[in-house]
Design a binder for this molecule. Structure first.
Ligand code: ZN
Ligand code: FE
Length: 256
C-alpha cells in the first residue's frame, strides 16, 4: 500500500492510499489534484472517505464520484454530497479491501468521524480530518469542549505507532503555540526543529504518529501538570479537566 499527501488549496492535504491498481481518497475538497494523481499513477478510484461536511473536505466529492463510480462514505447526519453510505462511530466499513473502524470524534463538527485501520504495511493508520492536527486540534465549531476532549482522548488511546494523517499542514503554527504552553518540553523543542527543517525543504510534516503527539501536543496533554499549570497561569482557570481544556482551546484561538 502506498500513502500520498496531495496538496490542495492553501494548506489542505487530500490523502490517497493505493495498491497497484486501485485507490481511496480522504476528504477530497477539490477533484483536479485527485484526478491528476489517478491518471499519473494509472489507478481506479474505489472509495472516498469523508470525515466531516466542510467544503474544503467535500468540494470534489460529487465530481470524483460521477467520474469514477467510487463509493462514498461519510458521517450520518452531516450534509455530504448525496448519495453516500452513512457511517457512525463504532461502525466497521470495507474500502479498498481494508476493514476500517469508524471513530466518532465530534467537536469540530457535530458528526465528525475518523477512520482507523489496524495494519497498513505493518502499522495502524488513522485519517482524522480536522479533529486532530500535529501539535494541535480543530477549532470547536459545532460541539462542546467536553465532546472535543473525549474525542481527543479516544484518538490518544490508539496504539503509539499509529500513523496519523491530518487534513491540514498547520504544524509549525501549532508548535509555536505549544512552545508557549510548554517552554520546557524538550521533545517538543526537538520536534519543532525537525518540522521546521522539513518545511524549509518544502516537505510535509505529516503523517505524524500518536506516540509523538502524546509527547508534544498540548491538546492531548491538558491533564499533564506542566500544561494545566500553564493554562491556569495564563487564563486564571482553576476548574476541572474540561474547563482547563476549554481554556487551552480558547487561548489558542486568540494566540498570535
Ligand atoms: Zn473542517
Ligand atoms: Fe478543513
Amino acid at each position: 500500500m502506498e500513502l500520498t499527501a496531495l496538496p490542495a488549496f492553501e494548506d489542505n492535504y487530500l490523502w490517497l492510499l493505493c495498491d497497484s491498481t486501485q485507490a481511496l481518497v480522504v476528504d477530497p475538497g477539490s477533484a483536479p489534484p485527485v484526478t491528476e494523481a489517478l491518471h499519473r499513477l494509472g489507478l481506479r478510484l474505489a472509495a472516498i472517505l469523508v470525515t466531516h461536511h466542510h467544503g474544503d473536505h467535500t468540494g470534489g466529492v460529487a465530481a470524483l464520484r460521477d467520474a469514477t463510480g467510487a463509493q462514498v462514505f461519510g458521517p450520518a447526519g452531516e450534509s455530504i454530497p448525496k448519495p453516500f453510505t452513512p457511517v457512525h462511530g463504532g461502525d466497521r466499513v470495507q474500502a479498498l479491501g481494508i476493514g476500517w473502524r469508524v471513530i466518532g470524534v465530534p467537536g469540530h463538527t457535530a458528526g465528525h468521524v475518523a477512520y482507523f485501520a489496524d495494519d497498513i504495511n505493518g502499522s495502524p493508520l488513522l485519517f482524522c480530518g480536522d479533529a486532530l492536527f500535529s501539535g494541535g486540534c480543530g477549532r470547536i465549531f459545532e460541539g462542546t469542549p467536553a465532546q472535543m476532549l473525549a474525542s481527543l482522548d479516544a484518538l490518544a488511546a490508539l496504539p503509539a505507532d499509529t500513523l496519523v494523517c491530518c487534513a491540514h499542514e498547520y504544524t509549525l503554527n501549532n508548535l509555536r503555540f505549544a512552545r508557549a504552553v510548554e517552554p520546557d518540553n524538550t521533545a517538543l523543542a526537538n520536534y519543532q526543529q525537525q518540522c521546521q527543517a522539513l518545511r524549509d525543504q518544502g516537505k510535509p510534516t505529516l503523517p505524524t504518529h500518536i506516540g509523538l503527539e502524546r509527547s508534544v501536543n498540548p491538546f492531548l496533554r491538558s491533564r499533564q501538570a506542566a500544561v494545566s499549570r500553564s493554562v491556569k497561569a495564563h487564563t486564571g482557570c482553576t476548574n476541572d479537566d474540561v474547563a482547563v481544556f476549554a481554556a487551552l482551546r480558547q487561548w489558542k484561538d486568540e494566540f498570535k
